[in-house]
Write a protein that binds this ligand. Sequence first.
Ligand SMILES: CC(C)=CCC/C(C)=C/CC/C(C)=C/CC/C(C)=C/COP(=O)(O)OP(=O)(O)O
Ligand SMILES: O=P(O)(O)OC[C@@H](O)CO
Ligand SMILES: [Mg+2]
Length: 240
Amino acid sequence: MQRPWDDWDHILKVDPDKDLVDGETFEDIAECGTDAIEVGGTTGVTEEKMRWVIDGCAEYDIPLYIEPSNLTNVVHADGVDGYLVPEVLNAGDVAWLTGMQKEWVRLDDDIDWERTYTEGYVVLNPESSAAIYTEANCDLDADDVAAYAEVGEQMLGQEIIYTEYSGTFGDPEVVAAAADALEEAALFYGGGIHDYDSANTMAQYADTVIVGDLVHDEGVDAVAETVEGAKDATAATLTD
Ligand SMILES: CC(C)=CCC/C(C)=C/CC/C(C)=C/CC/C(C)=C/COP(=O)(O)OP(=O)(O)O
Ligand SMILES: O=P(O)(O)OC[C@@H](O)CO
Ligand SMILES: [Mg+2]
């Protein structure tokens, strides 16, 4: 079955709690070459801030997905193409696997299941907000991460496994092990991608790389380089 992310090599994750670089606009963001925009962040994301980004990006012809981090930042608005809901496979508290999801389903009467997908996260940077909030067990070696990826796909039916090193560049061997463990599920990688080479390295293993803080810290030209790195890795795989 065709999935929206099948052709995505690169996602730009915009954090509504962070500013754009001075002088840059949502139009610049939409046109930086990325395949899709995911809107989300762990801390400080309110409905109002979420709407600011969604409204800013909605008019451009690029897939726009909300990645909620809590119940209050799921926004239904024109221009939103869908929802990518985290399920943290290595969370220390089951609230981050099924608890918040249960509350969302209980309280939101407008969930469009046709456009709602889940991401089976393995959170791997113990210093990230995501790890701290979810009390994730990040003390995992490559075999552990590969096993989580397999559990996610084979036992929990996840179509996306997301190796998440938010804020720091991860270990390519760990990401490679996760890639080897998957059959059909897509492997997402995010964390610390900041230039052509870092994107190119992880895109050799991951189906899709996600770039976050770079857009807020350095801007769209730096992001465009990472798009190139990711696309070149995919092209090299196709000609192998
Ligand atoms: C069901 C609903 C409505 C929500 C589910 C919420 C869940 C399970 C969230 C899981 C973990 C999480 C907080 C994911 C958000 C995505 C993410 C990891 C964003 C990156 O955040 P960081 O870079 O760690 O934090 P900053 O915001 O500080 O940059
Ligand atoms: O901000 P960075 O480190 O690029 O991480 C991207 C993304 O995986 C965060 O959820
Ligand atoms: Mg971040």
